[in-house]
Design a protein around this ligand. Structure first.
Ligand SMILES: Cc1ncc(COP(=O)(O)O)c(C=O)c1O
Length: 365
């Protein structure tokens, strides 16, 4: 059964499924977020087109969250829309974008839509991140952009300050645009923004889907220097703005962030420890990256004698635990791993650890 059919099945059983497949966050949200959504509905804010720049206070709250002063932004329907706008606006046919394998491949598809090409540096090996040295080696005269997903989806690896600085220097030395995809930043207390080293051409892809748990709201942003944003705005098709209810939820999430973020991080820490212990007892399974700097990591199954696609399917259909096989995330190593997200309740995490060993044993029998 193809992965897409698994999603249909999972959505049909939405309430019973442990959602560990999309790096979403199903932990309870701060009450202020739900209250903001309800107030917006009661006020019938949805009757009007929202103010295009964003509801008052939201752009400022995003800048403050990142500590940025001299930036501009476009509010978007999730971070992914901003990445589409950026690739569309900044790439020409034949251009190359330095990226990785594994990666969040839908962005590579967007690069292809601009008739450009993602050059996928293999990071399914130590140190499990794109290093400045490997980026430098993969450069060609056609390279115009560097896509840095930090922390990385699906590995959960994060760059050190020195690595971010090194990558920013590679980008600067070759006049590249640097897309710093910070979708998973909230989960990494040590995260370093590339703009610290290369503000002139760093663009941030910013999301409310993961830390704040608002994936279904579809709200995010693309941010960067005013000159860069000016170029992007030529390709902004969303002239009427982003869902106003989603914007209210996003603003409330930022205003209450100090209260909910420590709890989300603690849950991720505890859940990934639980999964690590269980994986340690399964012959042939290991965690390439632990601890993760995001809300997911991968379980390598290449020595376990099982196919991750079938593991995904059996976990879902026999145990209502939805995970994601690597084929969605890596052309080269996708057959080796299963990605598991753990920003879920302890009870959902337990369902995974109870089901996983048995599924693997049965499949390799
Ligand atoms: C690396 C990366 N970038 C962007 C996105 C898209 O996020 P959004 O929901 O904000 O569109 C995802 C979603 O999983 C992701 O993993």
């Amino acid at each position: 059964m193809a992965s897409i059919d698994n999603f249909q099945f999972a959505h049909e059983h939405r309430r019973e499924v442990a959602w560990m497949s999309q790096n979403t966050n199903t932990l309870p949200m701060h009450p202020a977020v739900e209250a903001a959504i309800k107030t917006s509905v009661e006020d019938r804010e949805y009757n009007l087109y929202p103010f295009k720049r964003g509801i008052f206070g939201l752009p400022e709250a995003i800048f403050a969250d990142l500590g940025l002063d001299e930036a501009d932004m476009l509010l978007t329907n999730g971070g992914i829309e901003g990445e589409y706008i950026a690739t569309r606006a900044l790439l020409k046919p034949g251009d190359e974008v330095l990226s990785t394998d594994p990666s969040f491949l839908p962005i590579h598809d967007q690069i292809a839509m601009a008739s450009a090409k993602a050059v996928e540096v293999d990071i399914y090996r130590k140190p499990w991140v794109l290093t400045p040295e490997s980026a430098d080696e993969a450069l060609t005269p056609a390279t115009k952009m560097l896509l840095l997903i930090d922390p990385n989806n699906p590995l959960g690896s994060g760059c050190t300050r020195a690595q971010v600085r090194g990558l920013a220097e590679v980008a600067r030395d070759h006049g590249l645009w640097l897309i710093d995809d910070i979708t998973y930043r909230d989960f990494n207390p040590d995260h370093v923004l590339a703009s610290e080293f290369y503000p002139e051409r760093t663009l941030f892809s910013y999301s409310f889907s993961k830390g704040p748990g608002l994936a279904g709201m579809r709200v995010g942003a693309i941010l960067g220097p005013p000159a860069g944003l000016k170029e992007l705005k030529r390709y902004d098709t969303n002239v009427l703005g982003v869902n106003v209810i989603a914007q209210r939820a996003a603003l409330a999430a930022l205003e209450s962030k100090k209260e909910w973020l420590p709890k989300v991080r603690r849950a991720c820490e505890s859940n990934q420890r639980t999964i690590q212990e269980a994986v340690g007892k399964v012959d042939g399974a290991f965690l390439p990256v632990y601890p993760s700097k995001a809300n997911m990591f991968v379980i390598d199954l290449s020595a376990a004698g099982v196919n991750p696609d079938v593991v995904e399917e059996r976990l879902l259909h026999d145990h209502l635990v939805h995970t994601r096989a690597g084929s969605y995330l890596s052309r080269k190593s996708g057959g080796k791993f299963l990605r598991v997200s753990f920003s879920v309740s302890a009870a959902d995490c337990r369902r995974f650890v109870e089901a996983f060993p048995g599924v693997v044993e049965k499949l390799r029998a």
